[in-house]
Design a protein around this ligand. Sequence first.
Ligand code: UD1
Length: 379
Amino acid sequence: MKIHLIAAARPNFMKIAPLYHALKKEDWAEPVIVHTGQHYDLNMSDAFFQDLSLPEPHIHLGIGSGTHAEQTGKVMMAYEKVLLEHRPDLIIVVGDVNSTVACALAATKVTYALPYHSPFSIHNSHGLRPLIAHLEAGLRSFDRTMPEEINRIVTDTLADMLWTPSPDGDENLLREGISCEKIVRVGNIMIDSLEMLRSRIEAQVVYQEYHLAKREYGLITLHRPSNVDSPEVLLSICDVLIKISEKVPLIFPVHPRTKKNLHQFRIMTKFEKAENILLLEPLSYVRFMNLVFNCKFAITDSGGIQEETTYLGIPCLTMRPNTERPITTKRGTNRLCNLSNLESTVTKLLSQTQNAYNPPEMWDGKTAARVVKAINICR
Ligand code: UD1
């Protein structure tokens, strides 16, 4: 069974890695990594492949940056050619980035030229196409101003197999009329990568390199357009972070999108002058996770960090009005914050100790095995 694993942007790599390693062990599976090239900097892509022991991508589409339509369109055109040439039986898309929806769309509309025989393919009006699976299906923020929400809804509509991380995912899909036979709860694949690399993550003391002490610093990541694309909003966030840094040191690996805007809006110098905020280039997976494991709290707008901190029991302040991962606020340590309450929330949690609690069900490092089982059942 030829299986394409679609990887595109930084948060995808830790989702395909455990699955690639698990499928590699099966004699019936031939996993093929397709990198669309949405993220291309060494520290946004290659460093992750190395940490996660992934081989060089077997197929690289080299798409790069662009507007949403450009990026989505270019991925569709390039991936259609790959589909016609390689004829995978199954394609697995992960997460919610533009490449996720683009590859799912290309695979839905492609028709393999005959003669073609595969017990796994699906009939469309002209012939056969590959099966499409979405890993991390069913998440909804109910905020259609987020590009990722559109990507999630469209991808889930197209997928033949929908693998969800939590019960809310199943509920959302059923409410949207997706048949229950297509839905399998498999758990959170990101936790597989975390557990796979836990010993290497724990062996490091990255925070010490920056003269920080364990549990005595805050970790910042920001890259959502709603936070970083407007000069007024970005400047206000910067001002609040500077105030917070007067109480506790902050370390901030800066996403390329944010870095570009900090320079363009002439905010970078103000940030650089703040003595208690360390600005860094994006870090590799293991180094970044070492900072997560040892921080007092994280301030973020990332989806993955809401989940990783929930799993580890670390307070997470999410700079968004909503989350597609409600389990992190209901069962975990995640709190939604905004410009007016961020500083007071940090002040409160600096005086609190964290209570122990159990992570959500099926966030246990065994999700890849459950996905392999789900594929095996449909063979
Ligand atoms: C994308 C995803 C977002 C995900 C994020 C993780 C979409 C719509 N967005 O957002 O869901 O949370 O990745 O990082 O798919 N750039 C570089 N080097 C790179 C990649 C990007 O310099 O390797 C710069 C470019 O200026 C580019 C900008 O960052 O235009 C934005 O990149 P893009 O992939 O379009 O979106 P992200 O903001 O990274």
